[in-house]
Design a protein around this ligand. Sequence first.
Ligand code: KIV
Length: 299
Amino acid sequence: MSFTSSHEQQESSRPKITLQSIQQKKGKQRITCLTAYDYPTARLVDEAGIDIVLVGDSLSMVVLGQENTLAITVDEMLHHTRAARRAVRRALVIADMPYGSYHLSSEDALRNAARFIKEAGAEAVKVEGGEKRVGLISRLRDAEIPVMGHIGLTPQSLLLMGGYKVQGRTLGDIEQLMRDAVALERAGVFCMVLEGMPREVAAMITAEVHVPTIGIGAGPECDGQVLVLHDMLNLTFAPHAKFVRQYADVAGNIRQALESYKADVEAGTFPGDQESYHLPADTRSALEHISERKRALRK
Ligand code: KIV
C-alpha cells in the first residue's frame, strides 16, 4: 500500500518548471500563469499543472482590500510569497516587487530583490517598466536574480497614467512599447508580461522578441496568459475588466454555504449526532447508573 499523496505522485511525474523550460515553450506550447498569494490557493494552482505561480502585488487589492497596488510593502509581499512557496512543488514561483521597493536606488532594489529569493524562496522577481528599467534589470541579473518584465498597462504607474488605461493605441505609443520590449529583452529578462494593450500590438511584440510574452488583456497571440486568480474565480467585489473570463463563482458558493450554516445553527440542526463525539459504552452505562442512584436517593 502506498502512502504517497497525490501532490507527491504528480511531483514525480511532472518535472519542475525552470526559467529554461518556460523559455523553451516559446512558439511551441502556450505558457500558463496565475496569481496566488497563500498556501491553499498556490497548492491548488500548482496541482492543476499551471506553469507559473505569480505572487502579484494585486494581492494588495484582492486580498488586503486596498484601493490599488501602491500601498503594499515588501514585508507584506514577503509574508505571502513564503506561504505560496511552501505549497508549490512544480511551478515556477515569481514574486512581484512592490511599488517603492525598486524605485528609490539600485542598492535598495538589489537588497529587496535578494530578500524575495533568500527569505521567501522566490525563483524570480517581476518589475514594471520598459526602457527606464534596463540598468536595474542588468544589475539584478549580475546579482544572479532572474527577472520577469512587465510593460503596457503597469498598475504601479497609476498616478502618472491617470487611471487604468489600455496602452499602445497610437503609433507613437506602439513604437514606445516596441522599444520597451526590445530593451527588456536586451537587459536580460527571461520573459515579460504584456498588460492592457490591443492584441495587434501584443502580437507584434511577441513576434519581435525571443523571450516569451505572457499576456493579460493583451489578446491570444501572446506566448502565454496570466489572470488574477480571484478575478477568474469571482472572489472579488469590483466589476471585472473585459478580459477576465469567469471560470467559477466562488463568492456565490461561499455566500450559499454561509447562509446554510447560519440557517442550520439557528434551527438547531447543526451539529447533528454524526458530528458529535460519544462516550464509550461502559462510561455511558456507569454514568446512567450514577444518575439513577442520585434520582433514587432524592425520592
Ligand atoms: O500583480 C499582479 O497580479 C500582476 C499580474 C496581473 C500580471 O502583476
